[in-house]
Design a protein around this ligand. Structure first.
Ligand code: PFF
Length: 453
């Protein structure tokens, strides 16, 4: 048991604790909502295929880079770049960009996470015959309701962060991750035996490669960065609490595998559930014949399915599904908040409690603005997710590859994996960090930005 780490910098109690916490950060709305909806609108398994390539060939090497930087320095993202560059503020800006992205992503993520909780209540109200309440609470454009649920969600996130690394984050994720996986598997088992699910399964697993183009690859890469929590220093921060005894590439491989497996499983749940909804008479295509995606899919098609099922069964399935989303979101919001909190603790010596409360309140203030102007979410997604995270990932690779040097990173990795230099990993990873990942990211960013302007 670690000494009360609410007052110290903190560290993970075990390797499993780190893996579950990092996997908890990775597994979130991006997996259970983002991934299936991207698959639905991007040619089924063709998107899955490109996504897996992006996750393992680009995401995984960047994840190893982030965790190694964190563990080497034992610092937050800003402090880590300062420590590795003799306090050069230009390099510290890479970490600062990460902290900014974390704050901005959390501010809208928190609003969406609030919706997942309000829909737990929506299902219960609907079941109890209180239709007016159900409709009122489930309106995602309802400012006051959004504000209430964002506040609840932020309070839950802050309360875990207050406990520190092992007593707060590690303990909470050790409880929530098995629960999440259990719920997911039970729901898949149930959905796949229902009418219509087979059609969905075919749609999901049959690839339409004619849809693969620059846009799809960009979407898949953005999704991989977001889903693996890369590019903003969340894993630098979590890596900074990791013991020198642990094998960094091994831990990163587990996290990547856990995240992609859960995204795959979420697709196995959501896409068949859509076709199950269609078999129940629910519309699942929009006017132009595309599958409904994003907000309409999660907060319209699926609740309609639960209502069609009716009775206690409909309510139980609905409540459990939205609880699953809430748990997934919470294990991610804590990692998003931990980034600015660790920055405040390390750089300004603010005690954890105070830092968590003040920063939590500040981010909640932005969430409240978004609660009343939900159209801001789309703008934030473009700037901070789609552009911000790949940009952060690119800068991290360039810094590690050309300034700090992969040689030094490999020496750090020898702690916990003494024979690493003899492995294939040690031979190919530098090329991925220095050439392949930066080129792929830069090319994608360039095409995306030129399409935008
Ligand atoms: N990976 C989370 C998800 O898939 O929902 C989102 C996220 C968490 C992104 C933490 C970035 C981050 F640092």
């Amino acid at each position: 048991m670690a000494i009360s780490d609410a007052n110290t910098r903190g560290s993970w109690n075990s390797k499993l604790g780190f893996i579950l916490a990092a996997a908890g950060s990775a597994v979130g709305l991006g997996n259970i909502w983002g991934f299936p909806t991207q698959v639905a609108s991007n040619g089924g398994a063709a998107f899955l295929f490109i996504y897996l390539i992006c996750a393992f060939l680009i995401g995984f090497p960047v994840m190893v880079a982030e965790i190694t930087i964190g563990r080497k320095t034992g610092r937050n993202p800003v402090g880590a770049f300062k420590a590795l560059s003799d306090n050069k503020w230009t390099y510290a800006l890479i970490g600062m960009w990460g902290v900014i992205c974390g704050v901005m992503i959390l501010s809208f993520y928190n609003v969406i996470a609030g919706w997942t909780v309000s829909y737990v209540f929506e299902e219960v109200f609907y079941f109890m015959g209180m239709q007016d309440w159900a409709t009122y609470i489930s309106d995602t454009d309802n400012g006051p309701i959004n504000a209430v649920f964002s506040t609840i969600f932020m309070a839950a996130t802050v309360s875990i962060i207050l406990g520190g690394v092992s007593d707060g984050i590690e303990r909470a994720t050790k409880l929530m991750m098995p629960l999440l996986i259990g719920i997911l598997i039970i729901m898949i088992g149930w959905v796949l035996t229902q009418e219509g699910a087979g059609v969905g399964l075919r749609e999901y697993l049959y690839p339409d490669f004619s849809r693969v183009g620059v846009d799809l690859v960009f979407d898949a890469m953005g999704q991989a960065f977001f889903s693996l929590s890369l590019g903003m220093g969340a894993l630098i921060t979590y890596g900074s609490y990791l013991s020198k005894k642990e094998n960094v590439p091994g831990a990163a491989a587990y996290v990547t595998l856990a995240d992609t497996s859960i995204a795959f499983l979420a697709g196995l749940l959501i896409i068949p559930a859509m076709y199950m909804a269609q078999a129940q008479g629910v519309a699942i295509f929009d006017d132009s014949g595309n599958l409904l995606a994003s907000t309409s899919l999660i907060f319209q098609v699926l609740p309609q399915l639960f209502h069609e099922l009716g009775g206690t069964l409909g309510m139980v399935v609905g409540v459990v599904f939205f609880l699953l989303l809430s748990i997934a979101a919470l294990t991610s919001t804590i990692s998003l908040l931990e980034v600015p909190v660790s920055f405040a603790i390390d750089e300004f010596e603010i005690p954890r409690k105070k830092a968590a409360q003040i920063i939590g309140l500040g981010i909640l203030a932005i969430s409240l603005i978004i609660s009343f102007n939900t159209s801001l979410i789309g703008i934030f997604v473009i700037i901070f997710n789609n552009i911000g995270l790949p940009l952060g990932g690119l800068l991290i690779c360039l810094f590690l590859g050309y300034y700090w040097k992969t040689e030094n990173a490999l020496s750090e990795m020898e702690n916990g994996s003494p024979g690493i230099r003899k492995t294939l990993f040690a031979k190919v990873w530098p090329a991925f960090v220095m050439v392949i990942a930066p080129l792929a990211i830069a090319y994608n960013l360039w095409t995306a930005l030129s399409n935008l302007f």
